[in-house]
Design a protein. Structure first.
Length: 189
């Protein structure tokens, strides 16, 4: 009988996300846990790659849900093929239909369909965000870092070139960050 490996993933974009929910469902059911804190759309996830390379015949990969493994149908199918090529299998706790321990054509079909639905959901979310940003911009909402006050920057540059104050002192006096001052100085070179 092979080992059971758990894989968890959370997005880096959402600070409020933790591994707690996934970990609670996997602990006690796996021999070792692997986890990545990065987007599921990223292909190069170090812990996933490490887990896949350590798989042997008879091992099982246990996940909480299909979207924790991948957000791309193509990537998902490649991961599943890698697992199968190693002689291992994949099971999901929440997606009970996902169980490659036996040759089940329905499981393969559902894997493809559900992977495609997950990818479509991600694409729709991205589209909604773009539409929301566009509407906000049309209403005058500004995105990105606010522009530094040119008068303050010019004053900071004058103080810097006078060679009487440190960068920190100039930053405190003018309210211009040290990074902004250094970027401006770099632009002069």
């Amino acid at each position: 009988m092979g080992k059971t490996y758990g894989y968890m993933r959370i997005s880096t974009k959402k600070d409020e996300q933790t591994f707690s929910r996934q970990e609670a469902q996997l602990l006690g059911k796996v021999d070792k846990l692997y986890f990545d804190r990065m987007s599921g759309s990223k292909k190069n996830r170090p812990q996933l790659q490490e887990m896949l390379s350590s798989l042997e015949v008879g091992d099982t990969v246990l996940i909480v849900a299909i979207d924790r493994l991948s957000r791309s149908t193509k990537d998902l199918l490649e991961i599943v093929e890698t697992i199968k090529a190693k002689g291992a299998s994949l099971k999901s706790i929440n997606d009970s239909w996902l169980d490659t321990t036996s040759e089940n054509p329905m499981s393969e079909f559902l894997l493809t369909v559900m992977g495609a639905l997950g990818q479509m959901e991600r694409a729709m979310t991205i589209q909604r965000v773009k539409e929301g940003v566009q509407v906000a911009q049309e209403k005058g909402v500004k995105f990105g870092r606010p522009k530094a006050n040119k008068n303050k920057i010019n004053h900071a540059m004058e103080l810097y070139h006078s060679r009487k104050l440190t960068v920190r002192e100039i930053s405190d006096i003018t309210g211009i960050s040290k990074a902004t001052l250094y970027r401006r100085l770099k632009g002069e070179m």
